[in-house]
Design a protein around this ligand. Structure first.
Ligand SMILES: [Zn+2]
Length: 382
């Protein structure tokens, strides 16, 4: 079948127009995320004896010497190299364990550039927050056909995505095939450059008029397809035709399990008021794990999730995801991070932002494309 459906953002089969007024009524509290605190254990107090002046003197001398040592250690510690090197993508950003460079047992501090806010797997690109086309991210855009596995199709050799997105999609489709034997998903549309979105818009204006184009095609710069993290999927059955993922029965596994591999259905029907985009049953987006799972568990779209995460900070309550149990908890400020996946928000500062990372963990940092960074730190049980 030579003719394929050319689905684009905002285009829908039923001719339903997206809502013009976008309500942003959501607050983190409304999402009902509980701040469960674990009971603090009580220590038994021993009866104290009157202090011995000699002992006090020795302790004071020890504290003074210790304090001076700590001061010199702290002031001599240099910050890691700054900027985009650390943050070209959430994955490459993160590659690190505390054990390298003699950092075992020590908290580390990343220095993040202003531009880094606009890179990473968790960037929010919508009607309000345009994509900035960071050079490092653009370099990662590549032909899907060059890196894909044989467990799905790609519409043509020009279709592109971020290389990391292709790799994650390969893992997902391998698992899909292993579970069901199905390999007929097709990447119908992937990355679009600014100019491609300009052309697409012009094409819609020429064919259907300005009003129609406005309603159905994202303004250049505001489409999630610019990021290389998003793709439109359909089902291609050779000799038969094209089907929607939404209604094709063998796609049930994909719809139910894609979150486990870091992919979300980006524009669900019940979130149109928040995303500002009509229900798109074909548009999937990579955000990474465990974020996709948490969004599903809490029924949050990306706009809501980015808001939700602002409540969790390094010095305050942090989010703790337990992959084995598949549950999201919170960690109070006084509670140590011992195992699991810790998630917190670091607000961007003017110029550079210092971002603290817990000791002895692997981590990834992503900008949110709005006002800060999201740190995902993992620590195995010791
Ligand atoms: Zn799309």
């Amino acid at each position: 079948m030579s003719e394929r459906n050319n689905w684009n953002d905002h285009a829908s089969a039923n001719g339903f127009y997206p809502q013009q007024e976008i309500k942003r009524t959501y607050t983190p509290e409304e999402a009902g995320h509980g701040r469960r605190r674990r009971p603090v254990s009580r220590y038994r107090r021993r009866r104290r004896r009157p202090p011995n002046p000699g002992v006090i003197l020795i302790v004071l001398i020890f504290v003074a010497v210790f304090g001076v040592c700590i001061y010199f250690l702290a002031s001599g510690r240099s910050a890691p190299a700054a900027g985009t090197d650390l943050l070209s993508t959430a994955e490459s950003t993160g590659a690190g364990t505390g054990e390298e460079n003699g950092l075992a047992g020590k908290e580390r501090v990343l220095v993040l550039s202003e531009e880094a806010v606009h890179t990473g797997d968790l960037i929010l690109v919508n009607y309000a927050y345009p994509y900035t086309f960071p050079a490092d991210a653009e370099e990662e855009i590549t032909a899907v056909s060059a890196y894909k596995n044989d467990k799905y199709y790609v519409r043509d050799n020009n279709s592109k995505l971020r290389r990391s997105t292709i790799e994650k999609f390969n893992i997902l489709t391998e698992a899909y095939f292993a579970a069901t034997g199905f390999s007929s998903l097709q990447v119908n549309s992937g990355y679009r450059s600014y100019q491609e979105q300009v052309d697409l818009y012009a094409e819609y204006v020429a064919t259907n008029g300005e009003e129609y184009a406005k309603a159905y095609v994202a303004d250049p710069g505001y489409s999630e397809h610019h990021t290389g993290l998003a793709m439109d999927l359909n089902v291609y059955v050779p000799g038969e035709g094209i089907y929607y993922v939404e209604s094709y029965e063998p796609c049930a596994w994909f719809r139910e399990n894609c979150e486990d591999y870091g992919f979300i259905l980006r524009y669900p029907s019940e979130k149109v008021d928040i995303t500002g985009i009509n229900y798109e049953s074909w548009h999937y987006r990579y955000v990474g794990t465990p974020h996709a799972r948490i969004m599903e568990e809490k029924d949050l779209c990306l706009e809501e999730y980015i808001d939700f995460l602002r409540s969790y900070t390094y010095d305050g309550t942090r989010l703790l995801y337990d992959a084995d149990m598949g549950v999201t908890e919170t960690l109070a400020p006084e509670e140590p991070f011992t195992e699991g996946t810790l998630i917190y928000f670091v607000p961007a500062e003017e110029g550079e932002t210092r971002c603290r990372i817990p000791a002895d963990c692997t981590y990834a940092v992503s900008g949110n494309n709005v006002d800060g960074f999201i740190v995902t730190a993992e620590k195995a049980a010791s």
